[in-house]
Design a protein around this ligand. Structure first.
Ligand code: C2E
Ligand code: CA
Ligand code: CA
Length: 724
C-alpha cells in the first residue's frame, strides 16, 4: 500500500515538472494529499480507513487504537493538538490523554465507548504541556475484511472559535448593521461614534447627521432630570439598564422606545464605549391600545362592554354612596331579534344592533352609561335621577326611539324591546345585584308584554321558582318522574290510526302533572334538553320494542326534537338508540320545528340528508308560524308538514285562518308532502281540513295524548275516526 503511494507521488512530481498555471496548482495539491496520506500510513493509520470522505480529516487530529485501547496510529493533527510525536504516543494506552484520571485504568476503551452509548461526545483531555482542554470526540470502529471490529478510531474536533479575528469583526459589524433594533455607540465623551441602519430608519437621522452629536439629539424633553441622570450613569458604566424612553424623531414626532444600555471595556477594564440598543415600540403601543378597546368595548357598536360597564358603574356607585345619590340600572332586550337574524341574515342583524345602539345613545345624556352585553342586550346606568319614576321616563324615551322602523338593505325592520329597571339603593347596593334584578324585571316585562317594569321582590320569587324547577327537573330525570304519552294520528281517508306522537309528561311528586310547555322551554334555556331529549329517545325506542314483543301491529311513532338536539352527533345517537332496542328506523319519525330550518341551512341540509339516509323520516312541526317559503322548503328532505293548531282553531269561521290553512295545504301538495292538521277538536274543523286535502288529523276530536297502555288498547281495538 505504502509503495504504491510512493510511486504515485513520484508520478505526480514528474507531472508537476511539466505543468503550468492551474494544472500545476492542481498537480501540487494532489501531491500534497498523497504525501499526507503517506504520512498517515507511516504513522500506522490504516490507509483503507483514510479512503472516501475521511480524507478530509487528515489535518484533523486522528488517533487509532486496538480494541484494548493501545494507540496504534497518530497523525499530524494529533501531534499538533496533543504535542506528542507518533513515536511518543504509539503503544501508549489512550488513557494517557485523559484529563481526569479514571478510577479503573483496566477498563478497556472499548467498554468506555460502549458505556457512553454514543460515538459523539464532548470530553476533557490533557496536552503534553499539562494543559487541559475540552474537545469534541467522535469514536468509530476499525473493521477487518469480515466487518469484525479490530480497533477504534478517535477523531477530535476542536470546540474553539473557528473565526479569524478579521472574520469575526466583519461578522459582528454585519450583525449590527442588519439588526432590527436601532444601535447607537458613544465614546467616553458622550459623542456618538457609530449608528446602524435601524437607527436611521427609526429616528430619521442618517449616520452623518448623528455621528459627533450627543444622544441629546433624540431628547424628547418629557423625562425628568432624575430619570436622565439614571440613564447617564448607566452609560458611564453603573450597570446594565433596561427601560422605556420617549425619544424624538428628526421630524419632531415623539416615540416610545424600549432601550437597553451597556458599556464596553478594554483589557484593563476601562470603559471605552457605551452602547444603547433600542426598538420603536409605538406599533406595540398602538396594538396595546387596540387590545384595550377589544377588552373594554363591543366591537360591533363601539359601546362599552360588560367589563367596562361594571367598572364604570362601580365607580359611579362609590360616588353615589358618598353623596347619597340615587341611581338606576336598565336592562334592555330587543324582542324577536333572533327572528330578524334568522330570516334576514346576520349582516342585517348586526347593522340593526349598531343602529339601535346609536339611537339609544342619542336619547341619553352624556353622563348616562350605555353598554352592550352581547347578543341583543343593552344596559343603561343612570346616576342623575332624583326619583325612581324618572328612570321610567328614560325607559319610555328609549322605547320611543325604536318606533320608526330601521331601514337596512332596503328592508324596513320593526323592532320592539322589553326593559327591566332596578333602583339603587332600594333594590340593591352593588352592580351584580342590580344587574340581576333588572334582568329579572326585564324577563317579566317580556313575558307580560309590558314595555318596561320596575323590579319588585315578588319577581324574585318567580325567578327563584324557575330556579327550583330547574333543580327539580334535573332530579326528575334521575328519579324516573318522566313518562311518555302517545297521541294518535288518523287518516282522513280511512279514519284509521296511522301514527302517533310521543309527548313527554312530568309527574311531579307535589304539583302533579307538569305540562311540557312549562318545562321544555326551561330545559332548552338551561341546556338540560340534551339529557331530557336523550331520555325521551331512549324511552320511545324502549316502548316500541315492548309493543313489538307484545306482537302489536305498530304504527310509526314520532318524537319531538328540540333545535339544540340537532347537531352533528344526532344521527349517531339515533342509530345507537334504535340498534340498542333493535327497532327498524321506519318506526321512528322525527318532528322538528321551522325555526331550525332558517338557522343555518348549509349545515342543516347535509345533517337532514344523513338522517334520511339512515331511514328516518322528518316532519315539520308548527308549520305556518315561521317564515318558510315554498322555494325554501324545497331544499329540505321533509316528508310531512304539520299545520299548527293556531290556524286550525279559527277554521272554518275565521276567514284569515281559512286562507292560511288553504295556502299551507296548497303549498304542501305542491311539494308532494303529507299534511297533518294538529289540534283538531271539532267535526267542522275536520270537514274543512279534509276538503282542503289534508291527509291526517291529530287532535282531541279523536283522542288526547294517552298513556301507553291506552294507546295500545286503541290500536288493538282498531279504533277509527268517524268521517261523517
Ligand atoms: P307540539 O309538538 O306541537 O305538540 C302538540 C301539542 O298539542 C301537545 O301539547 C298536545 O297535547 C296538544 N294537542 C293535541 N291535540 C290537541 C287539541 O285538539 N287541542 C288542544 N288544545 N291541544 C292539543 P303538549 O303535550 O302539552 O306539548 C306541548 C309542546 O311541548 C309540544 O308541542 C312540543 O313542542 C313540546 N313537547 C312535548 N313533548 C316533547 C318532547 O318529548 N320533546 C320535545 N322536544 N318537546 C316536546
Ligand atoms: Ca310535535
Ligand atoms: Ca305543533
Amino acid at each position: 500500500m505504502t509503495d504504491a503511494r510512493i510511486d504515485r507521488c513520484l508520478d505526480l512530481c514528474a507531472m508537476a515538472r511539466q505543468a503550468q498555471g492551474d494544472d500545476l496548482a492542481q498537480t501540487l495539491d494532489s501531491l500534497k494529499q498523497e504525501l499526507e496520506l503517506l504520512s498517515h500510513d507511516r504513522n500506522g493509520v490504516p490507509a483503507e480507513f483514510l479512503s472516501g470522505p475521511e480524507k478530509q480529516w487528515i489535518k484533523e487530529p486522528l488517533i487509532t487504537t486496538d480494541l484494548a485501547g493501545y494507540v496504534t496510529g497518530w497523525n499530524r493533527g494529533a501531534q499538533m493538538l496533543f504535542g506528542y510525536t507518533p513515536e511518543e504516543a504509539i503503544g501508549q494506552h489512550i488513557l494517557f490523554l485523559y484529563a481526569d484520571e479514571p478510577a479503573d485504568r483496566d477498563n478497556g476503551i472499548h467498554e468506555l465507548f460502549l458505556d457512553h452509548g454514543s460515538s459523539l461526545m464532548e470530553v476533557r483531555r490533557r496536552k503534553k504541556s499539562g494543559e487541559t482542554f475540552r474537545v469534541n470526540l467522535s469514536l468509530g470502529h476499525v473493521r477487518d475484511e469480515n466487518g469484525e471490529p479490530v480497533g477504534m478510531t478517535a477523531h477530535y474536533y476542536e470546540i474553539e472559535d473557528r473565526l479569524s479575528a478579521e472574520e469575526k469583526r466583519r461578522l459582528h459589524a454585519s450583525i449590527i448593521e442588519n439588526s432590527e433594533e436601532g444601535i447607537m455607540i458613544t465614546d467616553t465623551n458622550n459623542r456618538i461614534v457609530s449608528v446602524n441602519a435601524a437607527f436611521t430608519r427609526i429616528t430619521g437621522y442618517t449616520a452623518a447627521e448623528a455621528i459627533g452629536q450627543t444622544p441629546d439629539l433624540l431628547r424628547s424633553g418629557v423625562h425628568s432630570a432624575d430619570f436622565r441622570a439614571e440613564v447617564m450613569s448607566a452609560m458611564r458604566g453603573a450597570g446594565a439598564w433596561h427601560g422605556e424612553i420617549i425619544g424624538k424623531r428628526k421630524n419632531g414626532e415623539l416615540f416610545p422606545q424600549s432601550v437597553s444600555i451597556g458599556v464596553v471595556r478594554d483589557a484593563e477594564d476601562r470603559i471605552t464605549h457605551a452602547f444603547s440598543i433600542f426598538s420603536d415600540i409605538s406599533v406595540l403601543r398602538a396594538a396595546e391600545e387596540r387590545m384595550q378597546r377589544i377588552v373594554n368595548y363591543d366591537s360591533l357598536t363601539g359601546l362599552p362592554n360588560r367589563t367596562l360597564f361594571q367598572q364604570l358603574v362601580e365607580q359611579a356607585l362609590t360616588t353615589a354612596r358618598r353623596n347619597n345619590d340615587h341611581g338606576a340600572l336598565l336592562v334592555i332586550d330587543l324582542n324577536r331579534f333572533a327572528t330578524v337574524n334568522d330570516t334576514l341574515g346576520h349582516e342585517v342583524g348586526d347593522e340593526l344592533l349598531k343602529q339601535v345602539g346609536h339611537r339609544f345613545r342619542e336619547v341619553l345624556r352624556e353622563e348616562d352609561i350605555l353598554a352592550r352585553f352581547g347578543g341583543d342586550q343593552f344596559v343603561v346606568a343612570l346616576f342623575t335621577i332624583h326619583k325612581r319614576e324618572h328612570s321610567g321616563l328614560v325607559a319610555e324615551k328609549l322605547l320611543a326611539s325604536l318606533a320608526t322602523p330601521f331601514i337596512i338593505e332596503s328592508h324596513a325592520v320593526h323592532i320592539g324591546a322589553s326593559i327591566g329597571i332596578a333602583i339603587y339603593p332600594e333594590d340593591g347596593l352593588h352592580t351584580a345585584a342590580l344587574l340581576r334584578f333588572a334582568d329579572v324585571a326585564m324577563k317579566r316585562a317580556h313575558a307580560s308584554e309590558s314595555s318596561h317594569l320596575f323590579y319588585s321582590p315578588e319577581m324574585n320569587v318567580l325567578a327563584k321558582e324557575q330556579w327550583q324547577l330547574e333543580t327539580e327537573l334535573r332530579q326528575a330525570l334521575a328519579a324516573q318522574q318522566l313518562l311518555l304519552h302517545f297521541q294518535p294520528k288518523v287518516s282522513l281517508r280511512t279514519g284509521r290510526i296511522v301514527g302517533a306522537e310521543a309527548l313527554v309528561r312530568w309527574r311531579h311528586p307535589k304539583h302533579g302533572m307538569v305540562p311540557p310547555a312549562k318545562f321544555i322551554p326551561l330545559a332548552e334555556e338551561t341546556g338540560l334538553i340534551l339529557d331530557l331529549g336523550g331520555w325521551i329517545l331512549d324511552a320511545a325506542c324502549r316502548q316500541i320494542r315492548t309493543w313489538l314483543d307484545a306482537g302489536l301491529d305498530l304504527v310509526p311513532i314520532a318524537i319531538n326534537l328540540s333545535a339544540r338536539q340537532f347537531d352533528a352527533q344526532l344521527p349517531e345517537r339515533l342509530k345507537v338508540a334504535t340498534e340498542r332496542y333493535d327497532i327498524p328506523c321506519e318506526l321512528l319519525r322525527l318532528e322538528i320545528t321551522e325555526s331550525l330550518l332558517v338557522r343555518d341551512p348549509e349545515k342543516m341540509i347535509p345533517l337532514m340528508n344523513d338522517l334520511v339516509a339512515l331511514g328516518f323520516t322528518l316532519a315539520l312541526d308548527d308549520f305556518g308560524t315561521g317564515y318558510s317559503s315554498l322555494a325554501y322548503l324545497k331544499k329540505f328532505p321533509i316528508t310531512t308538514l304539520k299545520i299548527d293548531r293556531t290556524f286550525v282553531i279559527g277554521v272554518p269561521d275565521d276567514e284569515n285562518d281559512c286562507a292560511i290553512a288553504q295556502a299551507i295545504v296548497t303549498m304542501g301538495k305542491q311539494l308532494r308532502q303529507e299534511i297533518v292538521a294538529e289540534g283538531v277538536e271539532t267535526h267542522a274543523q275536520m270537514n274543512f281540513l279534509r276538503n282542503l286535502g289534508c291527509d291526517q288529523l291529530q287532535g282531541y276530536l279523536f283522542s288526547p295524548p294517552v298513556a301507553p297502555e291506552a294507546f295500545e288498547h286503541l290500536l288493538r281495538q282498531g279504533h277509527r275516526l268517524s268521517l261523517d
